[in-house]
Design a protein around this ligand. Structure first.
Ligand SMILES: Nc1ncnc2c1ncn2[C@@H]1O[C@H](COP(=O)(O)OP(=O)(O)OP(=O)(O)O)[C@@H](O)[C@H]1O
Ligand SMILES: [Mg+2]
Length: 316
């Protein structure tokens, strides 16, 4: 007889002597306590971390609890809010897929999928050299075009704690949000919002704070992303400009890739170069040339169509 078998038999005999149930009943011993969900590390190694009762480890007897970061938890805890997106700049909310600019975002989406074939790519930081180059515009519309594909779930995060704009573009509240989470005041799902577009989730910036650089580098952003990333196909993160402040380069370390926005006829070349140097080569997944004139747009569209017709894949 094995030692485990012997221990089980002995425990059963002792319970029978005390008038307890004859079946192994150790899993019901802590009825009033909430279930203990073991840390991921221990789940992987098969150790529950719960203390043994009567010398018998609880490993195989614990029921399988669903993770606190499950899809059910996300859907149950993120109650929909009535957003009123800015119709002029939020291109995909009114359902008109042919509006000006939508095609460019579809192209950007397919480039990101191509990039994803070559590297792990889910958490994308959107940044630029200077203010007002279109980071928030790009991040918000990119998130929308990504969820337009059936079944894709996207999280948009406003990590520009210095000049948050995404909540205004989406027409919703700015807190609770990321700053509250980074300060330890809120949990993951209480900072997430859902609006009218199915599968688009949003973490606004949160309450105004005085120390954004310290907050974004305190390690909790990485924790947030680690905990929720399995629930989303893409996580798009908006950031402050990369040249004047260091937040974007700190944020990039928690992301898989960086998308750099350059404003046509506005961003000075040396500033674009300086911004680019803030990030390692392998992190830069692409550049978005924002705000090109209608003429230039027609020109690029002509070449894009020609490539398509000839069956040649367009260059990135
Ligand atoms: N391609 C575009 N077409 C129309 N409007 C645009 C375009 N790009 C940006 N805008 C508008 O320009 C303004 C600045 O853009 P946005 O807020 O995205 O810049 P930003 O780089 O995020 O600025 P900041 O550094 O201040 O956060 C916004 O009102 C935005 O809606
Ligand atoms: Mg912005």
């Amino acid at each position: 007889m094995s030692r485990i078998h012997e221990a089980l038999k002995k425990a059963e005999q002792e319970r029978a002597a005390q008038g307890g149930p004859s079946q192994p009943g150790y899993a019901v011993a802590v009825a009033a306590e909430p279930p203990v969900v073991p840390p991921a590390e221990e789940q992987r190694s098969g150790v529950t971390g719960a203390s043994p009762i009567g010398g018998v480890p609880l490993t195989s007897a614990m029921p399988a609890f669903s993770s606190p970061f499950s899809l059910e938890a996300l859907l149950a805890r993120c109650t929909p809010l009535p957003w009123s997106p800015d119709e002029k700049t939020m291109l995909f909310f009114n359902g008109d897929d042919s509006a000006r600019g939508t095609e460019e975002f579809r192209t950007l989406r397919s480039r990101l999928y191509h990039a994803r074939e070559k590297m792990p790519l889910k958490k994308v930081l959107v940044t630029s050299a200077l203010p007002k180059e279109g980071k928030s515009f790009t991040a918000a519309n990119l998130a929308q075009v990504l969820v337009r594909q059936h079944g894709r779930r996207v999280l948009l995060v406003d990590a520009d704690l210095r000049g948050p704009r995404l909540h205004m573009m989406l027409g919703t509240t700015s807190s609770p949000g990321l700053a509250d989470y980074l300060q330890g005041g809120c949990d993951e799902f209480s900072i997430m919002q859902r609006g009218p577009m199915e599968n688009l989730f949003f973490v606004p910036s949160g309450q105004e704070i005085s120390d954004p650089a310290e907050l974004v580098s305190n390690g909790r952003l990485r924790l947030l992303l680690q905990r929720v990333e399995a629930l989303f196909d893409w996580i798009i993160i908006d950031s402050p400009p990369a040249v004047p402040v260091s937040d974007a380069s700190v944020l990039a370390k928690a992301c898989d890739g960086v998308l750099m926005v350059v404003r046509s006829n506005t961003t000075p070349v040396d500033m674009a170069r300086r911004a680019r140097q803030e990030f390692p080569d392998e992190a830069l997944v692409g550049v978005v040339l924002n705000g090109i004139s209608a003429d230039a747009m027609a020109y690029t569209r002509y070449y894009y169509d020609a490539y398509q017709k000839n069956g040649v894949e367009s260059k990135s």
